[in-house]
Write a protein that binds this ligand. Structure first.
Ligand SMILES: [Zn+2]
Length: 170
């Protein structure tokens, strides 16, 4: 399967710290109900936030920020291993979803997510897949991607750190 990625650039990024290796993927849900709304949100100067990618319900993939740049998607955050400022060493992927625990993630969306993670793993030594909910500081600040079942990630499930199971399955 080959993934087509369309660019909808966002200004909300800066250089990664020197020498830092990208080893983490952070999964998000947009809360906003459409890809277009999400793109516009990430384009607005006052937003001060963007992920690297957003995946629409139909599986379409949009890139907002190049992977070698630090996108501002996680905010104050800490990994289970204690590392802070997760944006420094992660790639953020948004799924278009209302994040109400009822809006389903579609099969096309999940297929693109699995494929996108494969392409990212070919470029970076990814060791961890985490939810925004489980790394956000203070705990409880974020709940996304609510309702996403990690078993849907197929071969990549082994990289799932774990806590987002509980948060993701209300
Ligand atoms: Zn998020």
């Amino acid at each position: 399967m080959s993934l087509t990625v369309r660019d909808r650039p966002s200004p909300h990024h800066d250089p990664r710290p020197p020498g830092v290796e990208v080893d983490t993927i952070v999964l998000h849900a947009t809360v906003l109900d459409s890809l277009e709304e999400t793109c516009r949100h990430f384009e607005r100067l006052e937003t001060r936030a963007a992920s690297h990618y957003t995946i629409d319900r139909d599986g379409a993939v949009v890139r907002h920020v190049p992977e070698d740049r630090r996108a501002w998607h996680a905010g104050p955050s800490v990994m289970p291993d204690g590392r802070q400022s997760v944006n420094d060493f992660s790639i953020g992927i948004e799924l278009v979803n209302r994040n109400d625990g009822e809006d389903p993630y579609t099969p096309a969306q999940i297929a693109s997510l699995v494929e996108l993670i494969s392409t990212i793993r070919a470029r970076h030594p990814i060791g961890f897949i985490v939810s925004h909910a489980e790394i956000a500081v203070p705990p409880g600040r974020k709940t996304d991607p609510l309702g996403l079942n990690p078993s849907l990630l197929g071969e990549h499930e082994t990289l799932v750190v774990g806590k987002f199971l509980a948060l993701g399955n209300p």
